[in-house]
Structures are given as structure tokens and as C-alpha cells.
Design a protein around this ligand. Sequence first.
Ligand SMILES: Cc1cc2nc3c(=O)[nH]c(=O)nc-3n(C[C@H](O)[C@H](O)[C@H](O)COP(=O)(O)OP(=O)(O)OC[C@H]3O[C@@H](n4cnc5c(N)ncnc54)[C@H](O)[C@@H]3O)c2cc1C
Length: 496
Amino acid sequence: MGHKNVEEIPVLIVGGGIVGLSAGLFLHRHRVPFILIERNQDASPLPRARGFSARTLELFRSVGLQESIEAVARTAWKQGKFGGARRGVSLLASESLPLADITKLHALADPSPCELTACPQTIVEPVLRNALAERGGDVRFGWELLRFEQRDEYVTATVRDSAGMERTINASFVFAADGGRSEIRRCLGIDRHGIEPNRHYLNIFFEADLTQQVGGRTFSQCEVSNEHVSGLFLAMNNTTQWSFHLTYDRASEEPEKWPDERLVRLVKAAIGADVAVKIHASSPWNTRVRVADRYRQGKIFLMGDAAHVMPAWGGFNANTGIADAHNLAWKIARVLKGEDSSSLLGTYETERRPVAIRNGEQAWLRTDFDARFQIRSDDNAVFFDRLTDYGELQMRYRYGVNDTVDMLCAQPGTRFPHAWIEHKGQRRSTLDLFGTSFTSMIGPAATRPDTEVVYRAGIDFRFVDEAVTWNSLTGLPDDSALSIRPDGFVVFLVAA
Ligand SMILES: Cc1cc2nc3c(=O)[nH]c(=O)nc-3n(C[C@H](O)[C@H](O)[C@H](O)COP(=O)(O)OP(=O)(O)OC[C@H]3O[C@@H](n4cnc5c(N)ncnc54)[C@H](O)[C@@H]3O)c2cc1C
């Protein structure tokens, strides 16, 4: 170890937001030691993401946290449920939008052992942090990265600990999960490109008891516009916690400098009633899309908002970032264990960057309120047909050729399809068979490959639904065999 203030670690994660915490959990599953440092003592109180896709829940399921997250999600909504859109001159005078198409889209969602789970990020992050603490993860809140230097063998990071003392951490790899303003990305000189913003907002997190006012007419989003204010309410618990996204003109206004009294007046004008309003926090954001030109420099990898920022619409950003961490964790594990060459790490950028570019454009198109809810209007007619189904974006992307598929059917580069199976006397998902090593999935008549982990359909597991067969699930003949990566993606067809 050398100097008492020098530590050595395979992976240093910088940033304890939702992506850094997820990365810690995924590395832990692969038994890769890491240190996670987060400059703040506590998680950000600002409500941001509220929708975690079925795919993200699958990733949390893979580290045993699906039930914990679903449990806290059940406590999140104090009345009514999550969902629904309204519009009007004020929240009180708003009317519900017809959302029939959304229902149709959900009915077409891909089979999964999980569902889209609505829960504020502020509630999900503590679940991840507590799980890491219980599992012995080395998570250090109140620690800040000050500077770093890449050397041949490792990255030398100079950090300030929670007592204000400077220390050195030598890490074989660094995960930069340090958010949209990533200092690491800037220091590496990695530029970003994307789409210019078409709206600027101040995210105002406030408390106001609107239990009576919204009772029986709860919503996910409510767009308001009147002579005093325009913006959007996002529900946080359907009773007392809300965020109002105030629309403003960036060229002439700086609402982040306005006193709370002014913000309170605007929020009341948007509600349409003189109720007690307490501001908790506020923060500006805009609808720009920015994707880093490179996701990697040497031993340092960008992920989450450090790699891509996109508008909140559609709920893509955190979900994309968590999937980044999942994609990289198993690759780092294999390279550290000597099971693969470091060239595997190059696939992180080639696989994940196109997903961010696609999701960013789709989020940007959803700046139009109607488009966000799949409602065609005169304003969005010109681009409406470019909107891609949410499930396709979150679940049906194909690595390698970088497109999406109509249906998950074990195509190389896609996530292996889910089906309920009986395995060792338990009801499980096909996805539960994957995790820490490459796995062979083979049809009932296939020759058993000479690999460590092999599951033969009908022998090593049975489909719960008798209508499901190897052929109906994969579209492949019974003598075919597939190789599946630890993250559940199909590598290639072994034989057919
Ligand atoms: C209004 C709004 C609504 C949103 N809704 C959704 C949604 O519905 N679905 C969705 O998927 N996404 C949504 N998002 C986006 C989502 O919130 C972000 O994508 C997500 O928080 C990014 O997580 P992250 O961990 O990459 O970055 P952050 O949450 O920004 O975390 C980065 C962390 O790094 C720390 N850090 C930075 N520098 C250092 C340093 N030098 N040393 C130590 N620590 C450091 C920071 O303190 C911070 O805690 C929304 C965003 C907004 C603004």
C-alpha cells in the first residue's frame, strides 16, 4: 500500500447519484472491489426522475432489489395513482387529456418479469445506498475528487475526505458518474454534441397541501399557462409534494436569482388558489441534448449524465444511465479477472453511445406536450411519425447494428426474451438464469456445447406457459444453441 494515505482499488466510482450507486451494486454482484465517493453528505433532495422502466427494474431485479423498489414505490403515492395528464389556465381549472393511445402502448409492452415503476428518484436512491451499505460496499459520502492523473498502471486520484484531509486513491479504472457538469469529462477535454434547447425551466420543488383540490383527479403532469405564469406541475406524492417547472425566457430572465416570495406568487398563480406554499429547493434546467463524443479515455469511463443529458420528457435519462453502468460492470469484471482482453472495453462506447443519441432525440421531440402523450396535433403533425414507442427505446435496442427490433426474439445483440420458467422447483424468469458468466441456452434437440453454464429448454428448465416453446420464444429450431452475455444479451447463434 505504501504511504498510509494511499489506497489501491480496482474501480473508483466518482458520484453517488442514481447511476454511481447502481454501478456500485452491479460491480458488487461481480465481486469487483470499488470505492464510491460522493462530494455531498446526502442525496440530492430535488425531485427529478419518477419513472423507472421495466428494463431498469430488470437490472435492479438482477441485484435482488426489485421487491424493495416496488415496496417503496407503493408508499410513494398518497392518494390516487401515478399517471394522467391535464392542461388548463391553472391546475384547478385544468382538464384531463384523452390518453387512450398510452393504454394501447402499455398493452403492447414487451414481456418482462418487471413493470414500469413510478417512484421519485429521491425515494429510490436511499434504497440503493442502504443495499450497498448492507452488502459492505465502500461508499463514502462527503468525499470529493479534486484532481486526477492517468498513469500506465492506474489512475491516481487526489480526493478530499469528509474530514477535509487530502488523500490518494490509485484505481485501475475510474467510473465518472459525476453528473451533467462532469469535471472529469471537462478535464479529459471530451466535447459533447446534440440538439439545442427549445425550452428553459426552473424546477421548483415545493410543499402545498392540495389533497382536496386534486382528490379524484390526480395526474402525472399538468401543463398550465395564464397571463402571469406558464409551466408544468409534476406530481411527487399526489397530496403535499410537488414540483413546478416554470417556463422562462433565458435571454431576458434569471429566475434562479429570484427570491422565494416571487416564486411562491408564481406557483400560487399556477395553482389558481391562495394556498400555503413552502419552497424547498429550485434548480434551472433546459431541454438540450448533449452526448459526449467519447465515452472513454484510457482507464476512465463516462456514464449517466456525465455521458449524456437529455430532456426529462419520456423519462429516458436516468434509465439510460443505469443501463450504461450495467453494460460496463460485467466487462470490467471480466477484464480485471483476466477472462477477456481489454479490447472488450471498447464495446462500451460503441454499444451505449448510439442508445443515448437515439433516446436524446426522442426525449427532445417529446418537449411537445401532446407528443409526450402520443396525441397527434397540428403543432406536432410534422414530426409525429418520428416518435418511437417507449418500450422499443427502453427494451428493444440491438447492439452491434445499433437499431431497434419490433419484437425481442433472441436476435444477436438484443436482450434474451423473457418467459416464466420452472427451474429447480422455483418459478423464475429466463432472465434470472443470466448474471455473472456467459451462459449457453440451447434448444431441446441441440448438441450440448462444451461450456460451463448450459441450460437446455425442457430439461434444465420448463416453460410455465405450455404454449411457450423454445421455437416460439426464439424463432429458432429445436437443435439451435445461443450464447448469452452476463448482461442477458444474445451474443451469437452457435448452431442451427
Ligand atoms: C426535472 C427532471 C425530471 C427528470 N425525470 C426523469 C425521469 O422521469 N426518468 C429518467 O430516467 N430521468 C429523469 N431525469 C434525469 C435524471 O434525474 C438524471 O438523468 C439522473 O439524476 C442522472 O444521474 P447521475 O447519477 O448520472 O447524475 P447526478 O444525479 O447528477 O449525480 C452525480 C453526482 O456526482 C457528484 N459529484 C460531482 N462531482 C463530484 C466530485 N468531484 N467528487 C465527488 N462527487 C461528485 C454530485 O454531487 C452528484 O451527486 C429528470 C431530470 C430532471 C431535471
